[in-house]
Every structure is written in structure tokens, then in C-alpha cells.
Design a protein around this ligand. Structure first.
Ligand code: DAH
Length: 344
């Protein structure tokens, strides 16, 4: 049986013109593949030839093998270091082209502001702390000097957790979505010895919704306990920190206020600036409450009120942000409207 005649010239041309490393590998496989490679099969087929034919075929095949191996090696090197022209044509990258406009993502206003809160109070020596959003009735109310029959509970519009799904046990283990960050004060004082300074930002929940209220919003709680901490320290810390957080001079006002866990209690307002509708211009916006930690609260966490005293505060995160960026409606923070979010 005569062996098939091969057109070795056409393979040589295809190797020389092969456009990519992949195309070259395909030709190499076509020639040298272990089972069906053209050269592999031709070498195997030599066994069927007469001795003369076999000798001539051996010379031809060995030459072909040698020259293809060299040509493929050469071409592989060439393709491995493409010229500038090949780059342009081959993969469509034009290094002289202008960058397309691209948008970078950024933090939402609220977590960004929370980071600044941690940073500003951190610099004043406050420890940054967190607590769970599902709290026990004890931590959210009782230990903060708000017993069950206390009228202050009504003002909090609490979301109670259905007792059948609550994981708590025992008489004082009813659970709530925390209505304020104040329970973190208790958690902190249960695990730390005074003197200390702590700040705790986080989410809180209340049944409430309008232009300045949302059922979920953010607060930051602060606590500073020492031997001789006074209302003067409280005012100084708050004015200093909030001025820095707002980033410009804002008018503040302190009024007496009532919170069961502080005595005396104060409320702090900031002057509203920049409402587009002018309806709030020049009016006060309440930022939150503060005061000197009530002796009962200190006793509840085994801190001796004869030896230690200090202040606490609990502020909204959204409210100062509204003043900072002149945002009239608090609900804008949660609507996910890109036209709003992209402005910051
Ligand atoms: N927890 C209070 C609230 O959400 C705010 C508050 C008032 C916190 C006075 C305090 C404080 O730490 O001292 O209405």
C-alpha cells in the first residue's frame, strides 16, 4: 500500500502566517498530535512500505519533522513578543485612546457620617462600642431607670418582638427592637470600670414616620464617667464635636429636658439653615438629649454614685446630616434615589 503524499509546503506556509499563539498550537497539534497527528500517523504507516520506499519516506519525514519543529519554535517566540502594530490589530487596545468616563462608587451619607463620628470622638479619647439591635426589655428600659409603668415608655413607640418568636426566657426577657442606643451605655458599664469615655453609633427603631421621623433611624450614644465630670464638660465636648462634624459654624441651644436616665436632663437644638421652602429657616431642630447620668443608673451597674459621676448623650445621625447638607426631608436618606445620592 502506498503511503499518502503530503503537501508539506502548505503546512510551512500556515506556520509562518499563523496569527496567534492559539492558532499555532492548533497547527502543532495537527502535525504532532499523539494519536492523529499527520506526521505521527505517516511515521507509523512506514511499516507497510517496501524497504526502498521506506528509506526515501524516512528521509522526507525526518526533514519535515525537523523543519516544522524549528519553524514552530521560531514563530512561537515571535508571537510571544508582539509588536505595537500587532497589539493594536490583535486585541483592539489603543493605548493612546482617552479613558472612558467612569464612575466610582462611594459610601452612603449615613455610614460616611458614622465614620466621622467615630473619628472625631475617637480623637477625643472615646472608645467606639456597639450593641445588638434586638434588646431585652431590661436593657432597653428597666436598667435605664424606666420601669414598666413609667410614662416615658409611651413616648418611645416601641416595636415589641412577638414572644412566640423571641429567644429570651424568664419574666424580664421580653425583647424589643431597641428604641435608642442608650442600652449600650448599660452594656458598656457592665463590662468596664470607670473612668471611661465611650461612643456608640447604630440603628434604632420606632413606630414613627414623617419628614423628620423614620421607623428606622440612626443614633449615636456617648458616655463619659470620671471623678469630676460636669455639665461644663458635656457642653464643651458636644459643641466641639458637632461643630467639627457639621463642618461650619452652627448655632446651638441647650434647654432643660426630661429623660429618666439623666438628672439634670438637657435637650440640644441646632439652628436650621437652608430649607428650600424657607419654612424651617431660622427655626430650631432638636438633635437629641443629654445630661448627667442618674445615680440609679450607676447603681444598676454597680458603680458607686458617691464616687463617680459623668454625662451621657444620645443624638440622631440623620438630623445633623440634614443641617450639614441642607436636606429638608429625612426620608430622602432611605429612598435610594441616585439623583439624591450622587450629590454627595
Ligand atoms: N435615648 C434618648 C432618646 O432616644 C436620648 C438620650 C437622652 C440619650 C438623654 C442620652 C441622654 O444618653 O442622656 O430619646
Amino acid at each position: 500500500m502506498a503511503a499518502a503524499a503530503h503537501d508539506w509546503q502548505s503546512y510551512a506556509a500556515r506556520i509562518a502566517e499563523s496569527p496567534s499563539a492559539d492558532a499555532l498550537a492548533a497547527i502543532e497539534h495537527e502535525l504532532f498530535g499523539r494519536k492523529a497527528g499527520v506526521l505521527t500517523v505517516a511515521l507509523k504507516d512506514m511499516g507497510t512500505l517496501s524497504p526502498d520506499e521506506r528509506r526515501a519516506k524516512a528521509v522526507e519525514l525526518n526533514e519535515a519533522k525537523k523543519s516544522f519543529t524549528e519553524a514552530i519554535e521560531l514563530k512561537r517566540k515571535e508571537l510571544g513578543s508582539p509588536s505595537g502594530d500587532q497589539l493594536k490589530i490583535g486585541d483592539g487596545i489603543d493605548v493612546s485612546m482617552e479613558l472612558p468616563a467612569h464612575e466610582e462608587g462611594h459610601l452612603h451619607l449615613i455610614p460616611e457620617f458614622i465614620r466621622s463620628i467615630e473619628e472625631v470622638f475617637g480623637r477625643m479619647g472615646f472608645d467606639v462600642w456597639t450593641g445588638p439591635e434586638i434588646e431585652t426589655e431590661d436593657l432597653n428600659f428597666n436598667l435605664l431607670n424606666i420601669p414598666p409603668e413609667h410614662p416615658a415608655r409611651d413616648g418611645q413607640d416601641t416595636f415589641w418582638i412577638n414572644p412566640s418568636t423571641s429567644s429570651g426566657q424568664g419574666p424580664n426577657s421580653k425583647q424589643v427592637l431597641r428604641t435608642h442606643t442608650s442600652p449600650v451605655q448599660i452594656r458598656y458599664m457592665q463590662t468596664h470600670k470607670p473612668p471611661f469615655r465611650m461612643v456608640c453609633p447604630g440603628k434604632v427603631y420606632r413606630k414613627d414616620s414623617d419628614a423628620t421621623h423614620s421607623p428606622m433611624f440612626h443614633q449615636f450614644e456617648g458616655l463619659m464617667i470620671g471623678k469630676d465630670i460636669t455639665v461644663g464638660h458635656l457642653k464643651a465636648v458636644l459643641i466641639e464635636a458637632l461643630t467639627e462634624l457639621i463642618g461650619r459654624k452652627v448655632e446651638f441651644r441647650f434647654r432643660t429636658g426630661y429623660f429618666p436616665f439623666v438628672e439634670p436632663g438637657l435637650e440640644m437644638d441646632m439652628m436650621w439653615q437652608g430649607d428650600l421652602s424657607e419654612s424651617r429657616e431660622g427655626k430650631w431642630l432638636e438633635m437629641g438629649g443629654c445630661g448627667m447620668v442618674h445615680p440609679n443608673v450607676l447603681r444598676n451597674v454597680d458603680i458607686d454614685p458617691e464616687q463617680w459621676q459623668g454625662f451621657a448623650f444620645g443624638f440622631g445621625v440623620e438630623r445633623p446630616l440634614m443641617i450639614k447638607h441642607r436636606i429638608p426631608d429625612l426620608r430622602s436618606f432611605y429612598e435610594g434615589d441616585l439623583r439624591f445620592l450622587k450629590q454627595f
